[in-house]
Design a protein around this ligand. Structure first.
Ligand code: KIV
Ligand code: ZN
Length: 510
């Protein structure tokens, strides 16, 4: 029987550290529920001390998810650990993940601590975390550039103090596969008490090697991998959960372990994370990209039609493509709508929430003949975010004529009060954004604007993503509508609401 490979998802913590990827408490709970459905073993729900909002998000995930272990990150200090322990109180099963840097460059330049002080602090932190839970993970940050003898020393001490998982982070994505694998093997062989802990890999993708390095670690004894949906994460991101899980599953001839992930939820998790964060999945992305299972060249199509394994190593349905794709239309009822959303991992807390989403579905069905899963996800993302917004779009009127100035008149509800403005500029989107800006008293810097179609056809929903910067705060906003100017207005307003709600929070590694 093969070993269990523990999947530790850090989309809500390391993934969220990606600029602009910040998520609200409700969005985090929605993602966590899908991760739970996928049978992710450990969900790192956040860095509880970062801000009151992060604390509440960890708490909310701990209360909402019962089948996965919920984890909070904590630096190796009293305050961090106590805050993490406090936030995790409601969890069925909790873990505290504490870390301190161990590379010479980090100890000297960042921490200004001696190696002896770092060992002492690591021991102290693990012991303190054990007061809250017997499930404690310790990470020597920047292990990928740390001296191996020192790693052995600090890890042995952490295990003696009660750490049950030892995570080896390649924090800056510097390692290459054969070397990272060799480090993992050597640590497990050299550390005398290594059998008392599970060893884990945490890789960053700066050289595009995060998945390869993690797989190499697994081949060399790691039994936990830390990863994120769509490989989301700071800079070039983290190990992508879907790629890692499918590589291990597809190549069982190579790996002597397997995860317990229900892979049929992979696609819906990918779409949800993409729509919540505004980080679009590239079409040629493995497993979840739109082209991942598309065969274009005639020769490939012919081969696949005769015998699918000629060119396919995985089945699209196994990761959620086309699975029970129930196309809905204007005659579909509320029960079918609710059932399909539940399949997609969306549950409503209140009847009003369901009724509101169903009303929007009916409105969309009047404009669009067939409604696909992607449409439902876009629609629900929108109605769930709208609930807590202080600025709402009431109406938009746009006039465009070739060679003439375009005008946009917007009516916004700002804290319940309706306000109207009109702007004239050469472009319809520009006029819409200018009109919105004239009603707001804040300076916005538009860093990114992109439009994509949610499904095929000219009646498809257009999804707009914007990235806004205000006083150093970066947020992403999303909006979907059959009319792309309205989708643009919704995305801009969504971003504005996020800027207004954003509070400053501590970064764990700075
Ligand atoms: O990349 C890293 O080192 C981390 C640690 C906090 C584990 O994310
Ligand atoms: Zn990391």
């Amino acid at each position: 029987m093969s070993d269990k490979l523990i999947i530790f998802d850090t989309t809500l913590r390391d993934g969220e550290q990606s600029p602009g990827a910040s998520m609200t408490k409700d969005e985090k709970v929605r993602i966590a529920k899908v991760l739970e459905k996928m049978q992710v073993d450990v969900i790192e729900a956040g860095f509880a001390i970062a801000s009151p909002g992060d604390f509440e998000a960890v708490q909310a995930v701990a209360n909402a998810v019962k089948d996965s272990t919920i984890c909070s990150l904590a630096r190796a200090t009293d305050k961090d650990i106590d805050r993490a322990g406090e936030a995790l109180k409601g969890a069925n099963s909790s873990r505290i993940h504490t870390f301190i840097a161990t590379s010479d460059i980090h100890m000297q330049m960042k921490l200004q601590m001696t190696p002896d002080q770092v060992v002492e602090q690591a021991v102290y932190a693990v012991e303190r975390a054990r007061r809250y839970t017997d499930n404690v993970e310790f990470s020597p940050e920047d292990a990928g550039r740390s001296d191996e003898d020192f790693l052995c020393r600090v890890i042995e001490a952490a295990i003696n103090s009660g750490a049950t998982t030892i995570n080896i982070p390649d924090t800056v994505g510097y390692n290459v596969p054969h070397q990272f694998g060799a480090t993992m093997k050597s640590l497990i062989e050299r550390i005398p008490n290594s059998d008392k802990a599970i060893f884990s890999a945490h890789c960053h993708n700066d050289l595009g090697l995060a998945v390869a390095n993690s797989l190499s670690a697994v081949l060399n004894g790691a039994r936990q991998v830390e990863c994120t949906i769509n490989g989301l994460g700071e800079r070039a991101g983290n190990t992508s959960l879907e790629e890692l899980v499918m590589a291990v599953r597809t190549r069982q001839d190579v790996f002597d372990c397997d995860s317990g992930i229900d892979t049929t939820h992979i696609l819906s998790a990918s779409r949800l994370v993409s729509s919540v964060t505004g980080f679009i999945v590239q079409p040629n992305k493995a497993i979840v990209g739109a082209n991942a299972f598309a065969h274009e060249a005639g020769i490939h199509q012919d081969g696949v039609l005769k015998h699918r394994e000629t060119y396919e190593i995985m089945r699209a349905e196994d990761v959620g493509w086309n699975a029970n794709q129930l196309v809905m239309g204007k005659h579909s009822g509320r029960n079918a709508f609710k059932a399909r959303l539940s399949e997609l991992g969306v549950e409503f807390e209140s009847e009003e929430g369901l009724n509101d989403a169903f009303r929007k579905f009916k409105e969309l069905a009047d404009k669009k003949h067939e409604i696909f899963d992607e449409d439902l996800q876009a629609l629900v993302s929108e109605s769930q975010t709208e609930e807590n917004e202080t600025i709402k779009l009431v109406s938009l009127k746009v006039c465009t004529e070739t060679g003439e100035q375009n005008s946009a008149t917007v009516v916004l509800s700002i804290n319940g009060e309706e306000k109207t403005a009109t702007a004239y500029t050469p472009g319809a989107v520009d006029a819409t954004f200018s009109a919105i800006n004239s009603l707001m008293d804040i300076e916005m810097n538009l860093q990114l604007y992109s439009v994509s179609n949610v499904t095929q056809g000219t009646d498809a929903l257009g999804e707009v993503n914007v990235r806004l910067e205000h006083n150093g705060k970066i947020v992403n906003g999303q909006g979907a509508d059959t009319d792309i100017i309205t989708a643009s207005a919704k995305a801009y307003i969504h971003g504005l609401n996020k800027v207004l709600a954003a509070t400053s929070k501590a970064h764990p590694q700075v």
